[in-house]
Design a protein around this ligand. Sequence first.
Ligand SMILES: Nc1ncnc2c1ncn2[C@@H]1O[C@H](COP(=O)(O)OP(=O)(O)O)[C@@H](O)[C@H]1O
Ligand SMILES: [Mg+2]
Length: 372
Amino acid sequence: MTDRKLRVAVLFGGRSSEHAISCVSAGSVLSHLDRTRFEVIPVGISVDGTWVLGSGEPTDLAIRDRMLPIVDASGAALTLPGDPTRKELVRIAGDAPGEVLSGVDVVFPVLHGAFGEDGTIQGLLELADLPYVGSGVLASAAAMDKEFTRRVLRADGFPVTDTIVLRGPDGTGATFPTITAQQRDRLGLPVFVKPARAGSSVGITKVEDWSELPSAIATARRTDPKVLVEAAVIGREVECGVLEFPDGRIEASLPAEIRMVAENSAGWYDFSAKYLDDACEFDIPAKLDDDVTVELQTMAVAAFRSLGCQGLARVDFFVGADGCLTVNEINTMPGFTPISMFPRMWAVTGVDYPALLSILIDTAMVRGTGLR
Ligand SMILES: Nc1ncnc2c1ncn2[C@@H]1O[C@H](COP(=O)(O)OP(=O)(O)O)[C@@H](O)[C@H]1O
Ligand SMILES: [Mg+2]
């Protein structure tokens, strides 16, 4: 072992609807990585999917005056070969195509949504034999897909929402399906209509009247041909961070609650509530009875294991008035923005942001690639 710094490629941006949020997350990661241990190589992925050497300047990646950042595609275009003997970033355009820009020891895919959090980038990194932060191919794909998350969790006995899945066109020329009268009665109003594979509340509508259902389905379909129509759960929104340590321990953070400030919000945690407006208040940690906290933490770790997650996840719950829990979703690459819950929950649990990033990278290095 040499004592040179570990070369960490931080990937951000990407082709998903959460491009901007990934940039903001990466800006925060770049400014908190321990530079005494890590040499950081920022790699932006443009909205078209082109990989470029990023500026690495965290302020370029912040939300300013409600303007969302995007990857500046004018940097040196590069690629990461899937060839496991390479482990390097290679220039693919300009005066010196083929030039090696940097070796890579470990990758931190700070990517949210499709082509990032869904197993695809994880597949490339497995091919390239490069360790990476977070879950592998299967867990990433299963957690990205809200239908399959529910299937896996339901099979393992977890309480999940009552959901009807509307699939994309089946080639028969049939008009896009909607839910039946019987299903309407079963779900009741309101319902949440959401793309099966998205995040940051993109494409989600809360439907209060059945006449709004077709346009809500159409909205969701602009993001994903597969759409979920889901019974609304009445309850508090509480999230819990799960972290895998280099020695294999899997632990839950203290949970946190998101509370909508009624006059500033649509009454649910939509995109602008998440990132733009002062529509939410956060209790970090959440004010829950101790027994509910312990049950929620236990369930968060169990759900992490149920899906076969690795490294980190944020498990999101609804907590009913009687303390009963429903698992809403599992995010395998939760937000890392300055206001994101995952780093803040770990901070109140005693793991500060730089230490959290170091644990994630150390765990990735210990775990390596391949079957595990
Ligand atoms: N079944 C539901 N019951 C009540 N609120 C919901 C439900 N589904 C979604 N929501 C609201 O919409 C938000 C976003 O939905 P979620 O399924 O978490 O999608 P995303 O992956 O985009 O975060 C939730 O944080 C919550 O405020
Ligand atoms: Mg969510």
